[in-house]
Design a protein around this ligand. Sequence first.
Ligand code: BGC
Length: 471
Amino acid sequence: MADALPAQDDLIRAVRAKRMKTFITFAAGMAGLLFGLDIGVISGALPFITTHFELTSRLQEWVVSAMMLGAALGAVSTGWISFRLGRKTSLMTGAALFVIGALGCSLAPNVAILILSRVLLGFAVGIASYVAPLYLSEMSEKENRGKLISMYQMLVTIGILTAFISDTIFSYGGHWRMMLGVISVPAVLLMIAVFGLPDSPRWLASKGKFEKAKEILRMLNTTDAKADSELNEIHESLKVKQEGWGLFKENKNVRRAVYLGMLLQAMQQFTGMNVILYYAPQIFKHAGFANTEQQMIATVICGATNVLATLIAMKTVDKQGRKPVLKIGFAGIALGTFLLGVCLYMINAGFDALWISIFAILMTLFTIASFAMSAGPVVWILCSEIQPLKSRDFGVACSTTTNWIVNMIIGATFLTLINTFGIAATFWIYTGLNVLFIVLTIMLIPETKGISLENIERNLMEGKRLREIGV
Ligand code: BGC
């Protein structure tokens, strides 16, 4: 009986640690969900906003891409904010901006305030897209890190789908203000959840607060010995000082890794995936589905396809490797956008057959699935793997910012491209780019499956070709 008590204590401690970890995953995951909600919400709201404020194509593009501008600014500055104030305070700032931005969009009396609120919202998304995965990886055991990045991507796609569903519900009465405002509810929940989060022990240790770091590690681990050994590891890794900008300037190999990360994110965005997400209702209108309800339901199917295909990626990416998955993905997107362009060309030329519209929808779904199974998660995984330890924060900040800048360029040019070249040719431009990306993947992208990060770094620093740093 006397022996049973310590065992019971251990059990209680293990249950507490598990609960804490589940809460952490849930709270940081909420940031991913909000990232997705904000990406997804605009496609359904845009047609109503356009009518309400009588927007030109140029202003529509601005309403869409103001968020990406904010996100790029957020991603650039968040490296500094999260280093200075910590991951928790940064997430809290992000959550507060989510609330203000969502309410601002929903109540906007004119388009200028709407655009400004979208920039604020974007700033929050920029913070969330950088800090949440970083916080998650710092709070998790090494073995789970890869899985956590895919899980985060999964939550982004669930957020997009949820936004599409909520847009559909509100579209019946044309309530665009509700579509944009309802996002403040999960944002408030995120704020409350972040209150309960512990700060990252790694960040605390980097600020010299070892006692506090130890306390949190003991809360997260089942035994004191495990907690102490983790603190030792943190101690060791802190000896590697982050010197991103300095190393970037003086070391050619560090520059190659940073450029590769930026190229990967630019490729991900130039696939054209977000064009389909942001403008899905318009695409379906061109395909002959004229009423808003039909377009919105088709959009929900797009969101669901995105989630399901991401699930497949989570299962395959560690088995098949990054490179084959990327090549197949780009080939799929090239084929999908090409055939979608052909359908839209025929519809515009006056062919009025139902099968063409259905085929156009199928090709849209095929393109989305090809992206979600490949470039969606794989690019984020590769970007976190290829940067040398000493300049990892800097490298990831550069690639994440590139993601948002190119995202903005895509959102800000799509309607202009359609007005200039027509919708079919616009998709064919993306076809051409995806073919180019197959070539770039073969020539430049390394295969990092099953290779330790130390090995990748050694190969990079020895000056091996980029495509060989994973071998
Ligand atoms: C991309 C986003 C995109 C999302 C779609 C992410 O990997 O970075 O731009 O909207 O996938 O699921």
